[in-house]
Design a protein around this ligand. Structure first.
Ligand code: NAP
Length: 260
């Protein structure tokens, strides 16, 4: 299927590794030029080179997307933003009794306020051009909160509520600008490896045992692949997905037990 995205420009935040990288490369495969951001230059250069090898332009922006400077650099590097993939590192696990206001502010800035700032900077121009796709990478924890990820549960739920309203603004929806959230379950990335290692340490158990237990709880009996996540992102950004907006799409190998 041709997704009709040849020559579009995407800003993929936090896209040098993991799920962001999966999205950047899947979009590049569809002929989308990409601006990719990350704090570390080496992995970013490698991912950008892989995108270029797919025949598109790829611009690397080294910086922290959760800062005003990082966002300004990312936005000014993009000739235009037809597709915005919002992503950033997830907050650390822990006990809410140990978190102070600065911990909450960091989580809110990274996982709620930064995506909102980037949407504010881009969606009206998308609407004026008559095409726009925003994909926010959130978490399966929005539907089924994970106790130790309270900072993530809280910040991402705030973003989810905001997006539910924004996506239904006819100034966007009637101008072919869609806003959707992709909710990863457990994907094989650095982040999930760190989460499992932290759980093993907390529980004083071998890492392999904790990993096997987590995988046994997923009906697909495996972790998801960043390529699978990226393919879903590319579809949500496609011309064919123009009537899909304001949705929370869970990609979790069947882990969430509810009917809806
Ligand atoms: P990952 O493999 O650790 O990759 C994170 C990427 O984001 C890297 O490219 C990293 O590069 C970049 N990054 C992190 N903080 C950044 C910042 N402040 N500014 C710019 N770039 C930044 O993580 P992932 O598994 O892909 O996870 C992506 C998001 O999905 C996270 O928010 C995570 O919590 C969430 N999530 C993941 C899973 C999962 O199973 N993997 C499940 C639920 C939710 P640098 O470090 O070089 O900046």
């Amino acid at each position: 299927m041709d997704f009709g995205l040849q020559g579009k420009w995407a800003l993929v935040c936090a896209g040098s590794k993991g799920l962001g990288r999966g999205c950047a490369l899947a979009l590049a495969r569809e002929g989308v030029n990409v601006v990719i951001t990350a704090r570390g230059a080496d992995a970013l250069a490698a991912t950008a080179a892989q995108a270029r090898a797919l025949g598109v332009q790829a611009i690397e922006v080294v910086g922290d997307i959760t800062t005003p400077e990082g966002r300004a650099a990312a936005l000014s590097a993009a000739p235009q933003v037809d597709i915005l993939v919002n992503n950033a590192g997830g907050p650390p696990p822990g006990d809410f009794r140990d978190w102070d206001e600065a911990d909450w502010q960091r989580a809110l800035t990274a996982n709620m306020l930064t995506p909102i700032a980037l949407m504010k900077a881009t969606v009206d121009a998308m609407a004026a051009r008559g095409f726009g796709r925003v994909v926010n990478i959130t978490s399966g924890a929005v539907k089924a909160p994970i106790e130790v990820l309270g900072l993530s549960n809280g910040a991402r739920s705030g973003l989810t509520g905001f997006v539910a309203g924004l996506a239904r603004d006819a100034r966007l929806a009637a101008r072919n600008v869609t806003v959707n959230n992709l909710l990863p379950g457990s994907f094989d990335t650095d982040r999930i490896r760190a989460t499992h290692a932290a759980a093993a340490q907390r529980q004083g158990r071998p890492l392999a045992e904790v990993q096997a237990e987590k995988i046994a709880a997923i009906p697909a009996r495996r972790l998801g692949l960043a390529e699978e996540f990226g393919a879903m992102c590319a579809f949500v950004c496609s011309q064919q997905a123009a009537y899909l907006t304001g949705q929370n799409l869970l990609i979790d190998g069947g882990a969430y037990p509810g009917a809806m």
